[in-house]
Design a protein around this ligand. Structure first.
Ligand code: KIV
Ligand code: NA
Length: 259
């Protein structure tokens, strides 16, 4: 699974064979330049979901419910999920939380909308968690995570994202569940993995902080910058456009025009 936030990023994820594409609310930072995910609106997520759904023709598309669109009640959660499916054209929704989200997950899945749960480090709750830190590091914390995982499974989630969890804990939780786990910073014992596309493809300038679990598989930013700089130079030197980039005209026609 990989994130996408617009038509081209969805298109390339789909073309590269991703089973699932996630329109994560991390797009608040990587596509909108916001400080964190808390500002992004359901309407904005829906706009991005629409463009992703047009770009990813084969992958299963999951849309992230943003902070504030699902926590008030199960009814609010279902309303937002329906809006995201109908207007955003996604196949499923994701929401953050474990035991406390059971009513919302039950309500949404009963209505026929698949739910991907997300436990461990839940970035929408970063202020309550005391920042971006590993979850389930103590025996008691790991037990709470297992209880969350079991709760979302019983509520009907089709899979669960485990974010920033010790690998041993994620592996054991995966063994104890019937549904698949999708890890991010949770080791290779999960059923699947997810990463933010902008991070793994290297679509950011040098020096940016990256979480420990990210592997940079490409240099999209470097490649784009090289190309744009070459374009700038060639325009200044009048090397671009060259003859092959221009439309031809018959000599007689031009001669007549010149007269
Ligand atoms: O918003 C996001 O991109 C996510 C994934 C990292 C799981 O929630
Ligand atoms: Na998210």
């Amino acid at each position: 699974m990989l994130t996408a936030h617009d038509f081209p990023s969805a298109h390339v994820a789909d073309a590269a064979g991703m089973d699932m594409v996630l329109v994560g609310d991390s797009l608040a930072m990587v596509a909108l330049g916001l400080e964190d995910t808390s500002e992004v609106l359901l309407e904005e997520m829906i706009l991005h979901c629409r463009s992703v759904s047009r770009g990813a023709k084969t992958a299963f598309i999951v849309g992230d419910l943003p902070m504030g669109s699902y926590e008030i009640s199960a009814e609010q959660a279902l309303g937002s999920a329906i809006k995201m499916v109908k207007e955003g054209r996604v196949h499923a929704i994701k929401l953050e939380g474990g035991v406390e989200m059971v009513p919302a997950i039950s309500k949404i899945t009963t209505a026929g909308i698949p739910v991907l749960a997300h436990i461990g480090l839940t970035p929408q709750r970063q202020n309550a968690l005391g920042g971006f830190r590993v979850q389930g590091k103590s025996a008691a914390g790991a037990l709470r995570l297992l209880a969350d995982a079991r709760a979302v499974q019983e509520a009907g989630a089709f899979a669960v994202v485990l974010e920033a969890v010790p690998a041993e804990v994620a592996t054991l939780i995966t063994k104890k569940l019937r549904i698949p786990t999708i890890g991010i910073g949770a080791g290779n014992g999960c059923s699947g993995q997810v990463l933010v596309q902008v991070d793994m493809s290297g679509n950011f300038p040098p020096g940016r902080f990256l979480p420990k679990f990210v592997k940079k598989y490409g240099d999209v930013w470097g490649e784009a910058k090289r190309g744009i700089e070459a374009y700038r130079c060639e325009v200044k030197e009048r090397a671009y456009p060259a003859v092959e980039h221009t439309y031809p005209m018959a000599k007689e026609e031009f001669a007549e025009f010149e007269r």
